[in-house]
Design a binder for this molecule. Sequence first.
Ligand code: HEM
Length: 477
Amino acid sequence: MVTISYVAAYTFFFLALVAFLFMKKHKRKPQENLKLPPGSMGWPYIGETLQLYSKDPNIFFASKQKRYGEIFKTHLLGCPCVMLASPEAARFVLVTQAHLFKPTYPRSKERMIGPWALFFHGGGYHLRLRKLVQGSLGPDDLRGLIPDVEAIVITMLDAWNGRVLSTFHAMKKFSFDVAILTFFGDRLSERHKVELKKNYFIVDKGYNSFPTNFPGTPYYKAIQARKQLSRILSEIMNERRERGVVGNDDLLGCLMDSKDEKGARLTDDQIADNIIGVLFAAQDTTASVLTWIVKYLHDHPKLLEAVKGEQMAFLEANKSCGNRPLTWTQTRSMTLTHRVIMESLRMASIISFTFREAVADVEYKGYLIPKGWKVMPLFRNIHHNPEFFPNPHEFEPSRFKVAPKPNTYMPFGNGNHACPGNELAKLEMLVLIHNLVTKYRWEIVGTCSEIEYSPFPVPKHGLPVKLWRLSTNAENN
Ligand code: HEM
């Protein structure tokens, strides 16, 4: 009996050992069983960069999706990439598994903006900066800004009256002026404003140029101008400190006032990088969408009449109150205009995609996303998918009478890097549309079917438009 149980125990131990050794030999990390997503990697090093930039990038992405489905691989600008074209995949990368993906930007851009800008970071530093930026763009701050934003719009449209201007350039100036107002309040001296503007626009010009740092190149000039911006911002901060009024009612004041849990303040470099970073995030994005709104309204005369009807009611109400500016409550009740903005953001999808980098090997739906690969959620493909937005190429604001399906509408991104400036951007659009449709008519000069990238898509030549002020009678009709 003893012998039998001894043999059984021995046999069991022997089999367990064999099974353990066999499993150890054949055991693979889960990733080793996974395959890369379908797709093509193109030529060595340059990959498919030429295919991407030789035509409209959106055609490149759309044709890839048609061929390979919602997840596919490619190789761009020297980096292997995985592109994701479904709402679930975008949510996976940006929200539910965001810790497995870090923000990533080319070194040349990081150098130009400044390495301390919040969107280059994750973790505690990012959270702290994000709270500060969001805190300075809350409803109370925006409510107080409306009269000044409206004054900027009125000045811009007055200067445009009777002339042909590039809509995009006019809108860039508008969004720059609003950003300066939001970040510095009304405390900025005219001299600093002029110096900031001059140097900012040199940086802006070099930002998307080829990064060759030789005297005379746009990139070199931009780097020099970027140094000037740091100097000007230090001067502004020092003046505030000397006067003993840092203030926390604008972004600069919030950044200067902030202390971490150990009582440490942000350095001047950290503050400057973030002011310049947020300025970059705010300006071309808003200006591009505003340009598309002017075009879409022009191309849809019936819709324009309906929007004008909605806006005239507010104009008349304000006239009867002694020409008061728009109120916060009014901007919250512009139902049709708001749908026009939502549809413009969807149609134009000016941020077609964003970049992250996998910080570990990641499995998604049986595919491997290798560590170090770039990952690109394709917002535009999702916004133009007929499954979520029927007749996606039709400009149809009424589709927003019903809320879009969850995670299918992300013009401002998703997750912990989503846009903190979205309410300010929408406010700028509402105030512009109100003044444009109630007081002006406009015509597009030349053809505008082609698109250029500046760096976001806008109609060719920035949409040249001639604008006329309506007579007071017409204004009242
Ligand atoms: C129509 C105009 C705008 C659009 C379409 C837009 C879109 C976006 C998108 C898609 C992101 C997320 C990028 C990503 O996840 O990688 C983003 C981030 C950001 N946006 Fe905007 N944006 C607009 C206007 C603004 C404005 C007016 C401001 C500031 C006043 C602003 C400040 C920022 C900042 C600071 C970030 C980075 C946030 C972070 O990393 O935590 N944006 N924006």
